[in-house]
Design a protein around this ligand. Structure first.
Ligand code: ASP
Length: 462
């Protein structure tokens, strides 16, 4: 018999159906056994007299039986299928579950996270987690539909690549075929998306994985995270902001209809004003900070293009005066270009940060498209000729007709964390790594064998 989903039983009173799924909970009452059968659509109660003796919770079963309306006094208003139950004729146990190492019928917040991540595939059965991951999928689908409807092209860019600095440390992958050489995992697709503008796509997006070997903070996933990376040609900053605002406004309305957006249009605050007024460049503008259903979006603009170099580990080393406030491809404000020589710290950049409930959820900018200005920025941030050479392909590409362009990259994990009022990014990622860098379930990183190291031309030093 073809399989029926639990959620469909409501409409099938009087029919015989076969359900397949997990036993959610079992109870016995005067010779009758009851359990809720759970599948991807939800739960339905199964009842029977002489059911298989050993019905263990979380075992996988196939149930054949008749759907019956429950008497009025036995309707369970907590279940969408609470008006019906399935009178089982047969229950076949397909696979048996051992006792679970952690409870999954609670919200799970009080359980040791190491245990939750070791058994993440069970933790994801928890209704709260299953809901978060499903909402994530719906949010990403909304983004795909919205952008493709607006003429954006989805394009994948390489993971094994060269450094694309965003101010963090690179992850390196040794090359077997080229001894002593390394790929870097992209900190973002920044350079590729700009090259795609040179290629003439005009509107690009990607749900992109980014890799940054930075020290973990609670609003940063360790190692890798996902962002909606997008880029547009022939636009000004206002158009990038408006499109992003329209996208997220539509997304919240459709996927998070219970959420209230504090202010529309979203406030646009100059960086200096944000610092002066809120003491932060990512102010939490919620009216009621205790309300989990409030979403306070804001734009921060008019950042300084350059900041005094402080990050010792900025990839080109210390001893240089200036570092980009966003990244080295951000365009200076046209009114301030003349200050690049005389007073670089006064130059504003065409950078925009998307802030939500006190988190920096994304950033972007209008880009430099004049190779001379790009070189000037390389000089200001202290690039040696060798370092400039690493980005030669950008300057070369810009010599073949580059359109003015700009974009943004809102973090998917970060947006969902804020939208779902979750305390950690790990609550919206199926298989996250813990802050020490250990991955869920699979327990990476792990040692390489001597043979692997040899093939990679690597020797470990103690
Ligand atoms: N590449 C930037 C980032 O990952 C975003 C952008 O400028 O579009 O933060």
């Amino acid at each position: 018999m073809t399989r029926t989903l639990a959620g469909a039983t409501l409409e099938l009173v009087g029919k015989t159906v076969t359900l397949k799924g997990w036993i959610n909970s079992v109870r016995s009452h005067g010779g009758l056994t009851f359990f809720d059968l759970r599948d991807r659509s939800g739960l339905v109660q199964v009842v029977g007299e002489k059911l298989a003796k050993d019905l263990k919770p979380e075992s996988v079963v196939a149930v054949t039986g008749r759907v019956k309306a429950r008497p009025q006094n036995l309707v369970n208003p907590k279940l969408t299928t609470g008006k019906v139950e399935v009178a089982a004729q047969t229950v076949e146990v397909i696979t048996v579950s051992r006792e679970l190492p952690l409870p999954i019928d609670t919200d799970g917040r009080d359980i040791d996270e190491q245990v939750r991540l070791k058994y993440r595939y069970l933790d994801l059965r928890r209704p709260r987690m299953a809901k978060n991951i499903r909402l994530r999928s719906r949010a990403v689908k909304f983004i795909h539909d919205f952008l493709t409807d607006q003429d954006f092209v989805e394009i994948e860019t390489p993971i094994l690549t060269k450094t694309t600095p965003e101010g963090a440390r690179d992850f390196l992958v040794p090359s077997r075929l080229k001894p002593g050489q390394f790929y870097a995992l992209p900190q973002s697709p920044q350079q590729y998306k700009q090259l795609l503008m040179v290629a003439g796509f005009e509107r690009y997006f990607q749900i992109a994985r980014c890799f940054r070997d930075e020290d973990p903070r609670h609003d940063r996933a360790y190692g890798e995270f996902t962002q909606l990376d997008l880029e547009m040609s022939f636009v000004d900053q206002n158009e990038i902001l408006s499109l992003t605002e329209e996208l997220f406004t539509g997304l919240v309305k459709e996927i998070f209809p219970d959420k209230k957006v504090t202010a529309t249009p979203w406030p646009r605050i100059a960086h200096a004003e944000a610092i002066k007024k809120y003491g932060s460049d990512k102010p939490d503008l919620r009216k009621d900070k205790k309300d989990p259903d409030e979403l306070a979006f804001a734009w921060i603009i008019d950042f300084p293009l350059l900041v005094k170099q402080t990050q010792e580990d900025f990839f080109h080393g210390a001893g240089v005066k200036y570092a980009p406030s966003h990244h080295m491809f951000t365009a200076p404000h046209p009114d301030d270009v003349k200050l690049l020589e005389s007073d670089p710290l006064k130059v504003r950049g065409l950078q925009h940060d998307l802030v939500l409930n006190g988190y920096e959820v994304g950033g972007g900018s209008v880009r430099i498209h004049d190779p001379a200005v790009q070189e000037k920025i390389f000089d200001l941030i202290g690039f040696t000729d060798k370092q400039k050479n690493q980005f030669d392909h950008m300057l070369t590409a810009f010599g073949y007709g580059v359109p003015p362009h700009g974009g943004i990259a809102p973090g998917i994990d970060r947006f969902l964390m804020a939208a779902l009022a979750e305390p950690s990014l790990r609550e919206v990622i199926a298989f996250p790594a813990v802050s020490s860098g250990q991955t869920a379930v699979m327990d990476a990183p792990s040692p390489a064998t001597p043979e692997q190291l040899k093939e990679l031309h690597l020797k470990l030093v103690k």
